[in-house]
Design a protein around this ligand. Structure first.
Ligand code: SAH
Length: 212
């Protein structure tokens, strides 16, 4: 959501965020998930996309921001009741262990980790991969290497003032492989958005599979 305004060189349809949501939806579908978490759901754009797929029978959206949740609630409220009934929204923080997150098949974490204080990443890791422990986790974050392709960021800086960090492809890989090894998951990484031969794609997807 954040890098849409960062001076994207070409603004083709679908937008980068649409491509992220499509990639995450495809990963969750392929995993055969039915009950899914959307962690850091924001205003609920992924949730609306997931609701279009009958495979996803139950969706729990969580966000720390009551403002984001109110927006999500309002938008989801306009959907037909059979869709609306498949969703529940809760307020909570991904850095605190939460029993409500247990028992789901999969979790989406789209453009959220870069909003966490790096010192809280270890807590996030335990909350998701040790306590909630869904079989599949699909997580996206910006690829910092691509920032040089945004005119507004060519001189340095992050895509959004609220980002605490942005990782290169090697940094995401190192973190993701560490998480996977510590908690018994396998992980596969993939680019999201148009790939540049030197700096890669603007966004990156990590898909974790328990026991893979
Ligand atoms: N996933 C959404 C929103 C991404 S913006 C989308 O792709 O459109 C990042 C979101 O993470 C914001 O809604 C913010 O409130 C939420 N967030 C930040 N820190 C969080 C935390 N500790 N726990 C839960 N959500 C958090």
């Amino acid at each position: 959501p954040d890098d849409e305004g960062a001076g994207q060189p070409d603004a083709p349809a679908p937008s980068l965020h649409e491509q992220r949501l499509a990639a995450v939806t495809a990963a969750l579908k392929e995993a055969g998930a039915a009950r899914v978490l959307d962690l850091g759901c924001g205003e609920g754009r992924l949730i609306r996309r997931l609701l279009a797929e009958r495979q996803f029978t139950e969706i729990l959206g969580m966000d720390v921001s009551s403002r984001a949740l109110a927006l999500a609630q309002e938008r989801l409220g306009r959907l037909p009741p059979p869709q609306r009934r498949r969703v529940r929204l809760i307020q909570g923080s991904l850095t605190y262990r939460d029993e409500r997150l247990r028992g789901y098949d999969a979790a989406a974490v789209v453009e959220v980790i870069e909003h966490l204080d790096p010192a809280r990443l270890a807590a996030f890791e335990r909350v998701l991969f040790e306590a909630a422990r869904p079989a599949t986790v699909a997580l996206t974050t910006p690829n910092a290497e691509y920032n040089v392709r945004y005119p507004a960021l060519a001189a340095g800086g992050r895509r959004h003032a609220d980002h605490r960090f942005e990782w290169t492809r090697a940094e995401l890989r190192a973190w993701a492989e560490g998480v996977a090894a510590r908690h018994g998951y396998g992980v596969a990484l993939a680019p999201v958005g148009p790939e540049d031969p030197e700096v890669g794609a603007p966004s990156q997807l990590a898909v974790f599979r328990l026991g893979a």
